[in-house]
Design a binder for this molecule. Structure first.
Ligand code: NAI
Length: 484
């Protein structure tokens, strides 16, 4: 029998997980569960990544984790165990399916506009690397990683999934008009992969426009793939379109390990009251059953759920207020009581079971994902991020004294806006500047040249960080300042 790891989580986690496992047991789902210790309470016991070594070992050998929500303290303190799990095990694609559920009234269901949107969110990179520093007492910096191999993994997954479900349209949401290098890379990879899927209509929409279009014409979208943070926000927006977080399932897909969980969090405001809605976790569990090839039992449970919703049965967070809300346990029992029934609208077909996709494996070493390099790399300059509360002209005069024979001072910017050699006195400043030096007459530079300049500049300034300015062939691998 297939064995999976289960972590009940924090807050409402244990209540909704018990409800879902009761439904699974009543349906005789042929899965064995190994309960593992993960969550805030495990942090509190002194395990810094929020899981015991035994939990990590079990998940890595079983390959499937079914988890309840886990608490992350805001601001300072421990890192999110949810994000740690997704990143550590390279679950690069976060798939969230948002469908109209008959019985869950929304403005769109009332207007007869059907919704069936799958958001595929990149799950590892972006600002979720959490690599952040205070550069001065006023300036915080977050590094945003968008990589070619990472983008390709998630985008390829999205295209494969779209192809399997005979999707017509696949859309890339992005902000490449502003973040030309990071989101630009994601968008380039999207269209590179799209060439391999000519049967799918691939297009792109800028993320703010995407949000507007999703709330006005959600029926126009099918599969949407986005970077991590934008995907996080857009998928919560889509949860709102179909009735709220209580109906938003999610699957974190990797090549070796997959994690199934609800989109919502631990709902501390209602924890311990047995009133939470277990639907999102149940839908995530049904997705997991299909992932494991258990198509028939998944359809039986989903049809019972849809039938129950169609009957107007609900927990306190949704549904017709004229019908008494059930608590979590009663709601699960109602679904169990409806096994064998199907909804009038949107019944799921009984597809044949498929051989399990679960594989047991061991890995000897971390895999390096590297694409083939394009163009010859050359160092053409350096950006120094310096702390200073002086005026741009004063800084420029000091910097020019350090430029020597190999470098020339190109420009100075503050928060990305050029303030020297040209700029405006109306640009407000903070106590950190980006000072850009480039080589004179395309003189070839090496790292020692840059270090020499670094040492010289450090006589005058605190250098908070620095970045090499690179070119590949004739392509600049760095952005220009606003106004440059
Ligand atoms: P939340 O999703 O826990 O709650 C937001 C609102 O939705 C609350 O009013 C809550 O009562 C309600 N809600 C959520 N799930 C519900 C359900 N199943 N049934 C009925 N009502 C429900 O978001 P919040 O408050 O921002 O986060 C609380 C904690 O959860 C934080 O520590 C956060 O880091 C964590 N979290 C964990 C996630 C995970 O484990 N994947 C995802 C999101 C948040």
């Amino acid at each position: 029998m297939t064995k999976i790891a289960v972590a009940k989580g924090d807050g409402i986690g244990p209540e909704i997980m018990d409800a879902v496992l009761n439904i699974f047991n009543a349906a005789h789902v042929p899965i064995e569960y190994q309960f593992v210790d993960m969550g805030k309470w495990v942090f509190d016991k002194g395990y810094s990544n929020g899981m015991t070594p035994e939990a990590q070992q079990a998940i890595e050998s079983l390959g499937i984790l079914f988890k309840g929500p886990m608490e992350t303290p805001k601001g300072k303190g421990v890192k999110s165990v949810n994000v740690t799990a997704r990143k550590t095990w390279n679950t690069y694609a976060n798939k969230r399916v948002f469908q109209t559920l008959h019985g869950v009234d929304t403005v769109f269901s009332k207007a007869g506009i059907p919704i069936d949107i799958t958001i595929v969110r990149e799950n590892i990179e972006d600002t979720y690397g959490g690599v952040e520093h205070m550069l001065t007492h006023d300036v915080a910096l977050s590094r945003r990683f968008i990589t070619r191999p990472g983008s390709e993994q998630v985008i390829r997954y999205a295209f494969e999934m779209a192809k399997k479900k005979s999707t017509k349209r696949i859309t890339c949401g992005h902000k490449a008009n502003i973040m030309k290098i990071t989101d630009g890379l994601f968008l380039d990879v999207f269209y590179e992969v799209a060439k391999e899927y000519p049967e799918l209509k691939a297009d792109d929409v800028i993320v703010d426009d995407l949000c507007m279009k999703l709330v006005t014409r959600p029926d126009l979208f099918d599969v949407v793939v986005l970077t991590n943070l934008q995907g996080d926000i857009v998928s919560d927006l889509c949860a709102g379109l179909v009735g709220g977080l209580g109906f938003a399932p999610s699957a974190n897909i990797g090549d070796h390990i997959c994690i199934f969980e609800a989109v919502h969090g631990t709902a501390p405001d209602i924890a311990g009251k047995n009133i939470a809605n277990p639907t999102a976790l149940l839908l995530s569990g049904i997705g997991m059953l299909r992932h494991l090839g258990l198509m028939q039992i998944a359809a039986i449970i989903e049809n019972a759920l849809l039938y129950t919703l169609e009957q107007g049965i609900h927990t306190g967070d949704f549904g017709d207020k004229a019908i008494t809300a059930l608590n979590t346990t009663e709601y699960a029992a109602a679904i169990i009581g409806n096994f064998g029934k199907s909804p009038e609208i949107g019944a799921k077909p009984m597809l044949p079971d498929m051989p399990t996709t679960q594989t047991h494996f061991t890995l000897e070493k971390n895999s390096m994902m590297e694409s083939t390099e394009v163009g010859i790399e050359k160092i053409v300059g350096v950006d120094f991020f310096i702390e200073s509360n002086e005026q741009p002209i004063t800084i420029a005069n000091k910097c020019m004294r350090h430029a020597g024979v190999k470098f020339k001072l190109i420009n100075i910017s503050n928060r990305g806006t050029q303030v020297w050699p040209t700029g405006s006195v109306f640009t407000n400043l903070v106590n950190q500047y980006n000072v850009r030096f480039e080589s004179i007459d395309d003189f070839p530079l090496n790292q020692q040249d840059v270090l020499g300049l670094y040492v010289s500049m450090s006589g005058n300034f605190k250098i908070c960080s620095s970045e090499l300015l690179l070119m590949w062939g004739d392509k600049k691998a760095y952005s220009l300042a606003q106004g440059q």
